[in-house]
Design a protein around this ligand. Structure first.
Ligand code: PGA
Length: 254
């Protein structure tokens, strides 16, 4: 069993309502008991729809669970950007983390340039950024995975940014919501590459925190737990149920 700090981060996407507070409560209750039995270091973060951030952070205080957002507008604290939310607004309602550059947002028009501005806005607000990168299946087949990841990192992170507050989430697009996952050897190489590139190019104290995301569930988590380079997980579908999310944590440490 590893004693390195591991992150279990839920990405609820467009799911959840006020009743979902019980999911947070159940995860908290499980975790209180779990901590009594296991000396492991980990952190739970739930990135929920913006409409729920304030409600969750006010209604239920858990020292084990932090709440995050899933996206923000790229400019300024306030402005004429109908329908958007700024990083400053999300911070004010209680978000501590924010997912940026998710492939679902990239497919709706988020470019590396835009993501770079979003990262800046979020860092200016002292939000921790979970920056998603990943290749398409076509890019993988053409052997372009490393060059795609390198470009996404270089084009979206300015060398001047304080990179200590940026987590990288490696999410191969072909794996998100499909049940398909990369092979262990592939992942080891990719994680080594991302950490090396990051350390070489950006202002950072140490190697970055690099997460894996894409079809993580309570069954395949055992396979991922054998890869020490992985610092945690960004979990989509399986984070929308407290049982599945709890089983992922339990099975990771089994
Ligand atoms: P998934 O989603 O776990 O449902 O594949 C991951 C994500 O989109 O972050």
């Amino acid at each position: 069993m590893t004693n390195k700090l591991k992150y279990f981060i839920g990405n609820w996407k467009v799911f959840g309502d006020f009743g979902s507070l019980k999911i947070i409560y159940q995860i908290h209750r499980f975790y209180v008991k779990f901590k009594k039995r296991h000396i492991v270091k980990n952190k739970i973060i739930l990135c929920v729809p913006s409409t729920l951030i304030y409600f969750f952070t006010k209604k239920f205080k858990s020292k084990f669970i932090s709440i995050g957002a899933q996206n923000c507008h790229h400019q300024k604290m306030y402005g004429s950007f109908t329908g958007s939310l700024s990083a400053s607004m999300l911070k004010k309602v209680g978000a501590k983390y924010i997912i940026l550059g998710h492939s679902e947002n990239r497919s709706e028009g988020d470019t590396n340039r835009l993501i770079k501005q979003k990262i800046k806005s979020a860092l200016d607000q002292k939000l921790n950024v979970i920056f998603c990168i990943g290749e398409t299946i076509a890019e993988k087949k053409e052997g372009k995975t490393f060059s795609v990841l390198k470009k996404q990192m270089r084009d979206s992170i300015d060398k001047k940014y304080n990179s200590n507050n940026i987590f990288i989430a490696y999410e191969p697009i072909w794996s998100i919501g499909t049940g398909k996952i990369p092979k262990v050897q592939e992942l080891k190489k990719i994680f080594k590459f991302i950490k090396g590139e990051f350390k070489k190019n950006f202002k950072t104290r140490s190697f970055p925190i690099v997460l894996y995301g894409g079809s993580v569930n309570d069954k395949n988590i055992r396979m991922f737990s054998s890869i020490s380079e992985i610092d945690g997980f960004l979990i989509g579908g399986a984070s929308q149920s407290s049982k599945k999310f709890i089983d992922i944590i339990k099975n990771y440490y089994r």
